[in-house]
Design a protein around this ligand. Structure first.
Ligand code: CMP
Length: 141
């Protein structure tokens, strides 16, 4: 598949996938799709139903709720997991702030990923706890 080896080597550098052996990583790459966004493009819109999980391969994206910026995410960081986990609408907008490349998984491939790879589920939980702590300590408006 065109582009697949490139994605595989990029995923190998992402801590999120570092617990996986090469065979697993390669099979995972074939389940996802690379997507490119320009600065200002909405990758995810608050209130929409979630159909994808995204990992940033290159670039930067802001998580926004109204006019508040909740977080800026970069290479190796993920978003879009919340809606796929609780099947509720997207909790925030995610907007590319520079030219950004993501690796995207459908909701069913995401479910398979977390069910068959406990090490990835644990990495994701750790990151979600970190985000929750950051949200708790940020000033309320
Ligand atoms: P989801 O709700 O599917 O779509 C919007 C995404 O933004 C959400 O999943 C998370 O991945 C991400 N997100 C929401 N709130 C925060 C936050 N406080 N910090 C970092 N990322 C967030």
């Amino acid at each position: 598949m065109a582009g697949a080896p490139d994605t595989a080597s990029m995923l190998a550098t992402v801590p999120f996938f570092s617990g996986l052996d090469e065979k697993k990583r390669k099979s995972l790459v074939s389940q996802g799709k690379e997507m490119s966004y320009k600065a200002g493009d909405f990758v995810v819109r608050e209130g929409a139903m979630g159909v994808g999980f995204y990992l940033i391969l290159d670039g930067k994206a802001e998580v926004r709720k109204g006019d508040r910026i909740l977080a800026t995410l970069g290479q190796g960081q993920f978003f879009g997991e919340m809606s796929l986990i609780d099947e509720l609408p997207r909790s925030a907008d995610v907007v590319a702030v520079s030219s950004t490349k993501c690796w995207a998984l459908t909701s069913w491939a995401f479910a398979g990923l977390v069910k068959t790879n406990p090490e990835i589920a644990l990495q994701m939980l750790k990151e979600m706890v970190k985000r929750l702590r950051a949200a708790q300590s940020s000033p309320t408006s």
